[in-house]
Design a protein around this ligand. Sequence first.
Ligand code: NAP
Length: 267
Amino acid sequence: MSDQTIKVAVSGACGRMGKEVVKMVLSSPELELVAAIDSKGGEDAGTLVGLDPCGVMIQNDLELALIESGAQVIVDFTTPHVVLKNTKMAIKHKVRPVVGTTGFTPQDIEELDELCKKEDIGGIIAPNFAIGAILMMKFAAQAAKYMPHLEIIEYHGDQKLDAPSGTSVKTAELISESRKEFRQGNPDEKETIDGSRGGQYNGFRIHSVRLPGVFAQQEVIFGGYGQSLKIRHDSYDREGYMPGVNLAIQKVMDLNGIVYGFEHFVE
Ligand code: NAP
């Protein structure tokens, strides 16, 4: 390995996204896999993803992995329950976090930003690393300026832990930057079944569909007099996130503090 390679640890390495990241890191000459962490330890990370053994064993002690591996960046695709604690641990050891796990509150992100700045390192938290999803968010934010009546519908598998999805929250935040805030719909509206109108965000609604067999999709529907507009993104495969994760690993080396959202790298 050349001195120019970035030393990467992958947390959640045995998960669906984690395995894809391990595969991507092992096949990227500019990156070096130095640690792989998951609650299930023991196997070689290379054989886990169907490649040759790479000499990096999956381990379940995050702090030990951070100390022993010399990792410069940690990529986290774990679960909303553990990601905050794990990211704080990485920052404490000056390992730059690139986090795809969703479920953060704005307060969590603020706290992690302060911790990163204190340690003089960068971090990236991105609810979606797919370029198409970023464009969908940007186009939706643009449309909201002219068509401010909108609803977001996101679709994910039935085992997803957080709702609404991180992508839909990020979309709502971007839309709110260009849409004048007002509450849509009939002020006398009454739900006869709780939750049937979805979650309220700055006066518009987010609906979360959870079904087996669904991967990750989102549409933003705009309504105007005599017309409607739909902006939709469909993810079919986890490989689609990997160019974004690879770029984030490289970008995070030059940052100070947390950048929240991959749209900041898509000009
Ligand atoms: P997954 O298949 O359930 O994988 C999560 C993995 O993390 C599992 O192997 C899990 O092990 C492991 N884990 C649990 N606790 C851990 C800990 N303390 N330390 C290390 N590993 C731990 O989930 P996924 O489908 O890969 O998704 C992971 C996250 O990424 C979700 O929040 C999802 O919404 C998000 N996501 C983000 C993007 C994006 O572009 N940003 C794209 C897709 C998904 P156990 O099974 O033993 O608990």
